[in-house]
Design a protein around this ligand. Sequence first.
Ligand SMILES: O=C(O)CCC(=O)C(=O)O
Ligand SMILES: [Fe+2]
Length: 352
Amino acid sequence: MIRKKWSEWRTWENWKKMASQQIEARGLTGNLEELEAQGYTVLSPEQMGDPRLIERTTKALLRISEKLTGVRPNAETGEYGHIDHPGSHAAQNMLQAFLGEDPVFEEIIQHPLTLPLIDYYLGPGCLLSALNGFVKWQDPVSHFDNLGFHADTHLYPFEPLPDPPMVFNTNWCLTNYTKDDGSLAVVPESHKLRRHPRPGEADQAVPVEAPAGSVIVFHGNLWHGAFPRVNPGLRLTVTAFYSAHYCRPQEHFPGQVSEESLARNGERFRQLLNVCDTLGIEDSRDCWAPRWDRGSGKTERQIWRETIVHHDREYRIEKDDTIVNHSAGYARYIPLDRKEKLKYKKLSNNPH
Ligand SMILES: O=C(O)CCC(=O)C(=O)O
Ligand SMILES: [Fe+2]
């Protein structure tokens, strides 16, 4: 996570320079080049290097699907039960709002090989917008028309679409992706056109073929959809979808995440889930109070000037000046280790 004051970088060009150092350090330079040229890249299972993470994610998705439908999906036999969700249809189930269902999703959303690429394009303080699950079965006929073709920048009302983009996506392929498996369908380089696809343009789509355990990372302006599944069995996917800090996320994560989960993760996790947002005020007593401490009975002054304890851990709070220069809209909670405690003592002795 890049922690430099906004005043130290200011421009998109400077931000990219800083962010590309993270990318180089993670061995992701080739992936960034593909993203720039094609609008998508595939992190291979070898590059991801953690098959257990994929196994745990698959198990969690199957368990949640079973909880919702009473039927455990079976990737070999193709068995499934229906989920009544607006994104479900005759050929797939869509799942949402399940972040709190399994700790494995905490690892997925802040993975060190995907986040540097997301940071690069979305800038500081980017948010998790949605965590989706897809269970898709054999149905060559009743799949959506037109491959469900779209660019993910659907909330932005103008063309040209924004550059830098306002959203970015990661598709975690839990089963093999070939065209006949019902893979992601993309038009390479379409992110450069900076407009939404028009009817008929899905004809140019090509499959993103990748073995199970791969992660596809793609640009918010890339045209994409999915091919129908022709093969028997199931395609299983989890997608982590991110937005720039100035966009409204699709899901409200602060209400989905437990104190235990917040305690075992760090600041980046809180920031991705917008837990310490100072906007979205619902009660005048909460003005400028970070969401995490609203309704605590403490005044805004007490919250900002005193230390706060969450799950046996003491924190001091700072306005985040790494996103914009003023009205940051976000609070950083800094755990008080011994060094921080001394620093805090000095600060709180100082009347200003
Ligand atoms: O593979 C799919 O089903 C398409 C997913 C999609 O549109 C997305 O993740 O934004
Ligand atoms: Fe999409």
